[in-house]
Write a protein that binds this ligand. Sequence first.
Ligand code: FAD
Ligand code: NAG
Ligand code: NAG
Ligand code: NAG
Ligand code: NAG
Ligand code: NAG
Length: 438
Amino acid sequence: YYLDLEHFALSAEQNSSCSVEPGSAQDVSTILQILGNTRTKFAVIKSGGHNLNPKFSSTLGVQISMARFNQLQFDAQASTVEVGSGMIWDDVYEQLQAYNVSVVGARATGIGIGGYIVAGGGYSYKTNQHGLASDNVVAMEVVLPDGEIKTVVGSRLVDRDLFFALRGGGNSFGIVTKFTLKTYPQTEVWGGSIIYSGTEFASVSAAVLNYTSNNKDIKTGIQCTFATLQGQDIIMANLFYDAPAPAPGIFDSFLLIPSISSDIGARSYLSLIQSANTNLTAGVRGIYNTISHTAVTMNLVDSMQNQSSFYGSMLQSNSLLLNGYVIEPFLPEAYHHGDTDTAYPPNRNENIHPMNIYYAWTSESSDSIMLDAARQTAASLQQIASSNGILASAKYPNYAIFGTPIGDLYGENADRLHHIKNLVDPFNVMGLTGGFKF
Ligand SMILES: Cc1cc2nc3c(=O)[nH]c(=O)nc-3n(C[C@H](O)[C@H](O)[C@H](O)COP(=O)(O)OP(=O)(O)OC[C@H]3O[C@@H](n4cnc5c(N)ncnc54)[C@H](O)[C@@H]3O)c2cc1C
Ligand SMILES: *[C@@H]1O[C@H](CO)[C@@H](O)[C@H](O)[C@H]1NC(C)=O
Ligand SMILES: *[C@@H]1O[C@H](CO)[C@@H](O)[C@H](O)[C@H]1NC(C)=O
Ligand SMILES: *[C@@H]1O[C@H](CO)[C@@H](O)[C@H](O)[C@H]1NC(C)=O
Ligand SMILES: *[C@@H]1O[C@H](CO)[C@@H](O)[C@H](O)[C@H]1NC(C)=O
Ligand SMILES: *[C@@H]1O[C@H](CO)[C@@H](O)[C@H](O)[C@H]1NC(C)=O
């Protein structure tokens, strides 16, 4: 029972009346029909439990855990793999190592396949090369809100609408039990994390700007976090290159800066995601918020650092443990790979860089203060991005705080999603669970 409820953020956890662990699509179908007929509130589908929004994968009603959907089947001929929707990416990477292949998946440990793909789409270290995880889905097995078990195949015209909606549109369209994903040859990769003192801000921000203005190599990926950890300003750079060594010089501007700690080099793709320092704040209270921008300016980076510092000192006495502002720049190519008719992002001609804003704290009595700060700080940065002419139109649903309007996430796709929702779920069974709703 407690394992089924467990979330990355304690504040996203609720003690449900009971939990249920379906073992087959038929079980899921039976469960959904009972819940629908009795109008019982439920949390769909906890996959990895990494969503930070309260009630998105937790409930006081019936908790459905997908933990038993943990089977992986590699098809070498087709270069695809079938994965159960209850798996975490760590397990997928690990099991695929035996075949020297991998998939487009998460950049940190513990993240579920289900929410990552269905509730957002999935940004990966391989996104510049292959798109979002959702762009690399070939087929899905899904239990529709009325209990029908359906295999949705991307190449089949009649499945197009559902295939579109289930890739980033959230949990409004059914419960996915299995994904078929494209695989790619995988060697060792190069990368890891470097932590700098906040006093290196000028050098690190220059390195970020150099990278975003000059890098064209799609084998790269970076995340750079301007953070306050227990009152101290720190900066964290996660670097990635999809080969055992990076192209010469490409990350020199990061590597030459004096650091507090550095864990970087040739390693397995699995070891890379497990080396990210994300478990540091697992099990405390937390929230994400986001804006999206189309380029990186010095003014934006300065403002991220200022926001981190400003709220970092202001909220010390309210049990703030860490706040982090993450720059995640992608190349325009990132949005032009694979099957791109997906719920998110609504406009593939916009070079979206999703910014992750993260607050972690310990005291429940600070919840509303932290939620306010997470909203205010995003509004300030949105204003800066807008005045710099670099504000993108769509926010990444997997980073967006609850209450974010649907139009801010799905833009011109919102109407199509609404229409599909009404067709597949006329009795609003999926309205019994939390999440962004149409
Ligand atoms: C430490 C950390 C690192 C992260 N790194 C990344 C990253 O590198 N890239 C990125 O894109 N995002 C990242 N995220 C965000 C992450 O993608 C979202 O939190 C995502 O929702 C987590 O998926 P989950 O399955 O673990 O979550 P859950 O909380 O289990 O589920 C999230 C939502 O998806 C729904 N859902 C889950 N499974 C299914 C299913 N089978 N069918 C239908 N609906 C389902 C749930 O109902 C819920 O609403 C990160 C988050 C954290 C906390
Ligand atoms: C759930 O119940 C346990 C045991 O009674 C308790 O310790 C915990 O605080 C409860 N969690 C929530 C979120 O209510
Ligand atoms: C995977 O790569 C390693 C190292 O190159 C090699 O020794 C091994 O035989 C490969 N395994 C498969 C299944 O190709
Ligand atoms: C700037 O970036 C380019 C390309 O990414 C790299 O080759 C160059 O070495 C970097 N410049 C500095 C000063 O590090
Ligand atoms: C992260 O924390 C989870 C939950 O405590 C644990 O199971 C996992 O092994 C940890 N992962 C790493 C890489 O430390
Ligand atoms: C830093 O952020 C705070 C809070 O948003 C704001 O009041 C202040 O003007 C900012 N300072 C600078 C130098 O941008």
